[in-house]
Design a protein around this ligand. Sequence first.
Ligand code: C5P
Length: 429
Amino acid sequence: MTGRARSADPSVDAAVFTRRTFDGRAVALGVTGSIAAYKALGLTSALVQRGAHVDVILTRAAGELVRPLAFQALTHRPVALDLWDPAGAIAMDHVAIAHRAELFIVAPATADAVARLALGLAGDALGTTALAVRCPIVVAPAMEPRMWDHPATQGHVRTLLERGVVIVGPVGGRMASGEHGVGRMVEPDTLLEHLAAALGQGGPLHGRRIVVSAGPTREGIDPVRFLSNGSTGRMGYAIARRARDLGADVTLISGPVALPPPAALTFVGVESAEAMCAAVLDVAPTADAIVMTAAVADYKPVRYSAEKVKKQPGDMTLVLDRTPDILVALDEVVRERCDAPVRVGFAAETSDLIGHARAKLEGKNLDLIIANPVPASFGADDSEALLIDRTTVDARPLGAKADLAGEIMRRVHGLLQERDARILGRTRS
Ligand code: C5P
């Protein structure tokens, strides 16, 4: 049975859910005079590669450290340098960049830049743009640890935070001076995650609390051995990022995987099915939606040996016990609530994909289940999937997990609106 999938809110363009976060977005990047300015080149390149239109604004000091031409070559756009140069791009219309910016970044931000931003000083191209933008602002400070620690700097940082500015870093490590401490600008990869989250502020999932589980669980046999499976966590991590970049407040509960934890969300690392169950139930009371992507182990050894098990001649028998079914445990807790969170499960199947997935949808009382054929989708970047609810089956052809994540979030958004209507109906009656 293949029917048309239930549509989400028609007032929200479906493309919002599936488009890549930076694609076609106008980003203004202010670079100030820290030696970390070289990292701004990597950041610019990464943004351009992801489809962003990047306007770079260099302070005079930054222009001494990194040539404007380098940014121009990467962005294919003029670089704003001097407000007072009659031939300069920014002198023609000193707030044009600010008007089109959907995101304003200052990276690296020196102690001087942090102070100027906090005070609202507008004596240069960066300052005028900072005052004229009406989009999210992200600042990545870089300075000597003593300058960062200084009450003056900390006071300015507080002012910026109170104004809703996102401050990312600095991080600890070796400074260019040779000193060690907190003052290094975050690496562009980490910063990109915060930028994606900032761009999503006010997105269609704004104000929604979404819990995502990901990866495998490990069931210990002894201190060096465990039972587990080959889940890489990629699908769950893609969903968590997508939800975050659409404005949601995300908690990612992850079993052990090789992926670094995504930034700008709440990350909870767990090992066993029992620990994952406890973590999910802990956040369930305040969750609007729970997406269980994790490949939870169904069995665990009855006995855990504190000593490493020694090999013996002949066969060995491992006696196993069932682990809790997290979605079933969750249903028992939330079933009676009219504001029960939207619940999404996954079903990896080797046969009768639709039959098995439907049985799980009903047995675990889910709103939506995503059925994947295995081993095809296991550990790959791409996945084909069926999105199955109570009445429809929507077949998604092989595509990037990031795109599937967008489609799942579009469906979750629709289900959240149905839940809103249910809650409203209950409070009115
Ligand atoms: O029953 P099966 O394990 O195939 O169901 C898969 C779905 O149930 C997934 O969403 C998975 O995260 C979830 N699950 C669970 N607790 C378990 C096993 C699976 O919540 N113990």
